[in-house]
Design a protein around this ligand. Structure first.
Ligand code: HEC
Ligand code: HEC
Length: 278
C-alpha cells in the first residue's frame, strides 16, 4: 500500500510540470483567441452592446460584399454545427492554411494570408483553447463566393518559429500574423492588399454604423506621425482618435483593451518603424 502511494505520489509530482505547461498553453491560447486575435470580432454574433452573451464563437455573422456573401462559421465544440469532431491537426490546418478537413478552402474575409505567419507554439495554444470553448448549437448558412477562390493560399506551412525577441519584431508579428491590423489598414488593389503601401489605410467598411475608412497608421503627418505613444495606445484600446473623436467599428477595441502593456508598446514600436505613407 505504502509503495503504491509512493508511486502515485511520484507520478503526481512528475506530471505537475506538465500540468503547469498545459495551463500556460491554455492561458496563451485564450489571450490569442479572445484578445489579440479577436476571432470573436467575426465569429461571435455582435449586438449593439458588443459580443452577444452565450454565443461566443458560435458564428452566423454575414459579410455581404460585392465579391461574396460570407458567413462566419461556428467554431465552438458543438459536434454537429461546430468543429467538435475535428482533430487538433485539422483545426490547426484550417486556421493557418485555410483548408478544411474535407479539403474545401476557407474564403475571405478570414485573414488566412496573414494567419500563415502564426508560430507553431501560438497555433497549438489557439487549438488547445478552442477545445475548451463551450459548444453552442447554431447551424449557419453556407458562404457564397462570386469570385474564384484559390486552390490553396500557398505551399503547406510546415513550421513557423516565434518572432525574434525585440520590440519591432514582436510588434510586426502581432500586427500581421495575430491581430491582422495590416489586413484592414493596407490599401486593397484588385481584391488584394498592396503591401508596398503597408499601413496606408483607405479600405472601406460598411455596417450598421454607416461607412468607416481604415486610417493611415504609418509615421507620416497624415498618419500617426504627430501622435504620442499614449494617444496611439488609447486609439487601439478605447477606440478614440487623437482629437477625441470616437472611432467606428469594425476594429476590435472591445478585445484589444485587454492587450498587455508590453504588447501595446511593441505595436507602437512596430508602427513607428513602418515606411511613412502619404
Ligand atoms: C475578418 C473575419 C474573420 C476573422 C478575424 C476570423 N475569421 Fe475564421 N472565418 C471567417 C469566415 C467568414 C469563415 C467562413 C469562410 C467560408 O465559408 O469559406 C471562417 C472560417 C473559419 C474556420 C472554418 C470553420 C468551418 O466549419 O469550416 C475556422 C476553424 C476559423 N474560421 C477559425 C478562426 C480563428 C481561430 C480565428 C482567430 C484567430 C478566426 N477564424 C478569425 C471570418 C473570420
Ligand atoms: C477589421 C478591420 C480593422 C482591424 C483588424 C484593425 N483596424 Fe484599426 N481601424 C479600422 C478602421 C475602419 C478605423 C477608422 C475608424 C473611424 O475612422 O471611425 C481604424 C482606426 C485605427 C486607428 C486610429 C487612427 C486615426 O486616425 O484615428 C489606429 C491607431 C488603428 N486603427 C490601429 C490599429 C491597430 C494597431 C490594429 C491591430 C491591433 C488595428 N488597427 C486593427 C479598422 C481596423
Amino acid at each position: 500500500m505504502k509503495r503504491l502511494m509512493g508511486a502515485a505520489l511520484a507520478a503526481l509530482c512528475f506530471s505537475l510540470p506538465a500540468l503547469a505547461q498545459d495551463a500556460a498553453l491554455l492561458a496563451r491560447g485564450k489571450h490569442l483567441v479572445e484578445v489579440t486575435g479577436a476571432c470573436g470580432n467575426c465569429h461571435t454574433p455582435m449586438g449593439p452592446q458588443g459580443p452577444v452573451a452565450g454565443q461566443t464563437l458560435a458564428g452566423g455573422t454575414v459579410f455581404d460584399e460585392p465579391p461574396f456573401r460570407a458567413v462566419a462559421s461556428n467554431i465552438t465544440q458543438d459536434p454537429e454545427t461546430g468543429i467538435g469532431r475535428w482533430t487538433d491537426a485539422q483545426i490547426a490546418r484550417a486556421i493557418r492554411e485555410g483548408i478544411r478537413p474535407d479539403g474545401r478552402i476557407i474564403g475571405p474575409p478570414m485573414p488566412i494570408g496573414l494567419y500563415r505567419g502564426l508560430s507553431d507554439r501560438d497555433l497549438a495554444a489557439m487549438v488547445a483553447y478552442l477545445r475548451t470553448v463551450a459548444p453552442v448549437r447554431n447551424a449557419v448558412e453556407a458562404s457564397v463566393y462570386r469570385i474564384p477562390l484559390p486552390p490553396a493560399y500557398g505551399p503547406p506551412v510546415t513550421s513557423v518559429p516565434d518572432p525574434a525577441d525585440n520590440p519591432v519584431a514582436r510588434g510586426a508579428y502581432l500586427a500581421n500574423a495575430v491581430a491582422h491590423c495590416m489586413e484592414c489598414h493596407t490599401p486593397m488593389v484588385d481584391g488584394r492588399n498592396d503591401f508596398s503601401r503597408i499601413g496606408g489605410g483607405g479600405m472601406e467598411f460598411r455596417g450598421p454604423w454607416g461607412v468607416s475608412v481604415a486610417r493611415n497608421i504609418t509615421p507620416h503627418a497624415n498618419g500617426i506621425g504627430g501622435w504620442t505613444d499614449a494617444e496611439i495606445i488609447r486609439a487601439i484600446t478605447t477606440g478614440v482618435s487623437q482629437n477625441g473623436r470616437p472611432l467606428a467599428p469594425p476594429m476590435a477595441f472591445w478585445a484589444y483593451r485587454n492587450m498587455t502593456p508590453q504588447e501595446l508598446s511593441d505595436l507602437v514600436s512596430y508602427l513607428r518603424s513602418l515606411p511613412p505613407q502619404p
